[in-house]
Design a protein around this ligand. Structure first.
Ligand SMILES: C[S@@+](CC[C@H](N)C(=O)[O-])C[C@H]1O[C@@H](n2cnc3c(N)ncnc32)[C@H](O)[C@@H]1O
Length: 426
């Protein structure tokens, strides 16, 4: 059925022209235009105003919609069905063989020399890399030679924070997502156990994904780097976690960062609230890494402790228990268990801060943000039988944990994908 709000090709084109001008003017001023060449700036400037950020989001969304309207329904479906798996697979392949590191920084290299250097079949390698080029990953400046594009160059830089998310998502997550039908056929769609997720079918294991990953030396590095990379930029960057709560209001209290990985989020908060102290709890390997990497100037304010959050919480009545991107990894029963252990150690002044997505009703957020959250929801379902929760889901799980817990506020900074749910104990 048609409705008056249906976008049209011309309407979208006009929308794109208007918003492209706003974004382009900003990039002119900051001298930051993206290109496909290696001298392109790597990411959008963080100094963008809210108006520029909104115009950029609308620009990306309208360009996507325009493509659908230009293709029409049948060809749109064809593109979907054909592109999704190869797009991820070629990225997975070139990451696995670390092609980006083998291509020279400034120069090109022939396919023949590259294949010889990496001991790969030249014909297969060339076909895979030419597919990656359809996504602007690598360039072919002269026939038969490959060189870096602005995208592939990011993957060649050893310390670049995008390597973590690309590694984790293509190598560990993608095989799990691709087995969703098999898992639902095997266990049924009502099964909510964390050990019966598509991940368990893909990896033929009865271990929970996070335990399996923590015990795999390569995947655990991708995972930790992925958390760090996701926190460094984009809609779930730590800047929004800092913005979403008045951390300075906790004075010189202690924040217990439950499942805080190697402490990267606490460090961002510490910079904004210089009197606060942090106890970062996680699995032994994660806190070991955090302890080893801790900057000398933070030593007095940071403690790293191994702790399993399904067991008795050792710390009593801190200023806050903080859980960022923890509970979406767990089905309701497990999430309630984690919260119950914390509720038992909350005093009247303790805040329980859950920093996770609160999925609005369908259609209530910008469609591009909704796409991001729905993608994350599919990853949670595939990896852990976890979920991104709506407000009523959060209310249910919090009450299930401990009826004396109640939500006193939910804040979501504009542009960010995560909310801060502030909870107190009665
Ligand atoms: C999605 S990551 C979130 C990390 C961090 N809070 C952030 O926002 O980037 C989930 C974290 O939970 C930790 N974790 C998993 N199971 C745990 C357990 N039983 N006890 C404590 N931490 C656990 C993982 O090691 C991982 O660091």
């Amino acid at each position: 059925m048609s409705d008056t709000k249906q976008p049209t090709l011309k309407g979208l084109a006009a929308d794109i022209t208007k918003n492209a001008a706003i974004v382009s003017d900003f990039l002119d001023k900051t001298n930051n235009h993206f290109t496909f060449d290696t001298d392109s700036p790597p990411s959008f400037p963080k100094t963008a105003s809210e108006d520029v950020t909104a115009a950029r989001m609308q620009l990306i969304y309208a360009a996507r919609q325009l493509q659908f309207l230009a293709l029409g329904p049948t060809e749109s479906l064809q593109w979907f069905a054909l592109s999704g798996a190869p797009d991820t697979t070629t990225l997975q392949w070139l990451y696995h063989y670390d092609i980006p590191s083998a291509v020279p920084n400034q120069d090109s290299i022939s396919y023949a020399d590259l294949a010889k250097k990496l001991n790969l079949n030249q014909h297969k390698m060339t076909r895979i890399l030419r597919h990656a080029m359809t996504n602007n990953i690598f360039l072919e400046p002269i026939p038969g030679h490959i060189a870096h594009s602005s995208l592939s160059k990011q993957l060649a830089e050893p310390g670049n924070l995008i390597r973590g998310p690309v590694g984790n998502l293509t190598q560990t997550v993608y095989p799990a997502v691709s087995r969703m039908v098999d898992a639902h056929e095997k266990y049924g769609t009502n099964d909510e156990k964390g050990v019966h997720a598509p991940f368990n079918v893909a990896y033929d294991t009865e271990k929970r994904a996070l335990e399996y990953i923590a015990n795999d030396p390569v995947r655990s590095v991708w995972f930790t780097e992925s958390m760090k990379g996701g926190a460094a930029a984009g809609p779930s960057s730590t800047r929004y976690s800092v913005e979403a709560f008045d951390w300075q209001s906790l004075g010189n209290g202690v924040v217990v960062d439950v499942g805080g990985s190697a402490g990267h989020v606490s460090k961002a908060i510490a910079a904004a609230a210089p009197d606060l102290h942090f106890i970062v709890q996680d699995q032994p390997a994660m806190v070991g890494k955090g302890q080893a990497e801790l900057e000398p100037e933070l030593k007095e304010r940071f403690t790293f402790r191994p702790h399993d959050f399904f067991t008795t919480q050792p710390y009593n009545e801190p200023a806050a228990f903080y859980l960022r991107l923890i509970l979406h990894d767990w089905p309701d029963e497990d999430a309630a268990l984690i919260l119950r252990e914390l509720a038992a150690k909350m005093g009247p002044e303790t805040r329980l801060l859950i920093n996770d997505a609160v999925v609005p009703e369908h259609g209530a957020m910008h469609p591009l943000q909704e796409k991001y959250v729905r993608n994350a929801d599919m990853v949670m379902m595939s990896m852990f039988n976890g979920l991104e929760r709506e407000k009523s889901d959060w209310e249910d799980v919090i009450k299930r944990a401990d009826p004396s817990l109640h939500i006193v506020g939910i804040t979501k900074p504009r542009g960010g994908s995560l909310s801060m749910i502030e909870i107190r104990k009665e």
